[in-house]
Design a protein around this ligand. Structure first.
Ligand code: TYD
Length: 259
């Protein structure tokens, strides 16, 4: 299993700047229509950025996202932090109410996550991207790939395909996978349950979730950067921040050159 990020963050800036002027920014803006329409240059230059944080429970995504939001804002960047499942749509509310009680069958749960996400993409993610904001998203369709593959048995690649094709979920600029061993994740959660069987079950499931995430980082087409999240929160945030700032500055200077 490799832990190397696909994006080589050590490429010298001048090389990146030269590449940026040649390479089109990925066609991430898609309308909520049947066809997937690549954006034209005008739209591409008007759009913001989508950065996603993923990882098993206890990996520290939420704390990292909060600190990142602060750091980006302190640098004058227009950032908005979102999370899934949402707490606003009726599907997000249903997930939060019924999933924790174990009331949902796995296929029903997958469908609810997709409905909630469709709502989120249409009402929040795309509008903010169109306004040119930096969207920091705490979990996205990769979480459905990693978690719902373990409950439904459907391969993660099929779950990702459905999210891309059926709900036209836009591709992130970077997916940061905060990777920690399951033991670390569980100990950060505080080992809330004293029930040994429950802990055992949870551990087994999270092992599978972690493996699915790592497979995705290696084989999926998204731009994954794997972060060793055993490090301190500050170190994790610094690595993510550097990657975000490098990408944002690279595209802003490429846009200026075009304007
Ligand atoms: P989590 O990020 O822990 O939310 P919070 O900290 O706000 O409670 O997410 C809640 C759970 O939902 C988590 O165990 C992962 C799960 N989940 C899925 O199973 N599939 C998905 O598509 C998403 C977005 C989350």
């Amino acid at each position: 299993m490799t832990y190397q990020p696909k994006t080589d963050l050590r490429v010298p800036f001048l090389v990146l700047a030269a590449e940026a002027s040649k390479t089109a920014h990925p066609p991430v803006l898609r309308e909520d229509t049947e066809a997937t329409v690549p954006v034209n240059d005008e739209q591409r230059h008007a759009r913001g950025f989508l950065f996603v944080l993923e990882g098993i429970d206890g990996a520290g995504k939420t704390a990292a996202a909060q600190l990142l939001e602060k750091e980006l804002r302190a640098r004058g960047l227009d950032v908005v932090r979102l999370r899934e499942p949402t707490s606003e749509s009726k599907w997000g509310k249903e997930i939060r109410d019924r999933s924790v009680k174990g009331e949902l069958d796995p296929e029903e749960e997958l469908n609810l996550f997709m409905r909630d996400r469709r709502w989120h993409v249409t009402n929040k993610i795309l509008p903010y991207l169109r306004e040119g904001k930096i969207v920091l998203l705490d979990r996205y369709f990769f979480a459905s790939g990693a978690y719902q593959t373990t409950s439904t048995g459907i391969h993660w690649s099929e779950i990702l395909r459905r999210n891309r094709e059926e709900i036209h979920a836009p591709e992130p600029d970077i997916v940061f996978l905060l990777d920690v061993p399951v033991e670390v994740g569980l100990s950060r959660l505080g080992g809330r349950s004293g029930d040994v069987n429950l802990q055992f079950e949870k551990r087994g499931r999270l092992e599978k979730v972690r493996q699915a995430y790592l497979e995705m980082a290696e084989h999926d087409s998204a731009n994954f950067v794997v972060i060793d999240a055993r490090a301190s929160l500050q170190e994790v945030v610094t690595q993510i921040l550097d990657a975000i700032l490098e990408l944002v500055n690279r595209h802003r200077s490429a846009r200026k050159a075009v304007d």
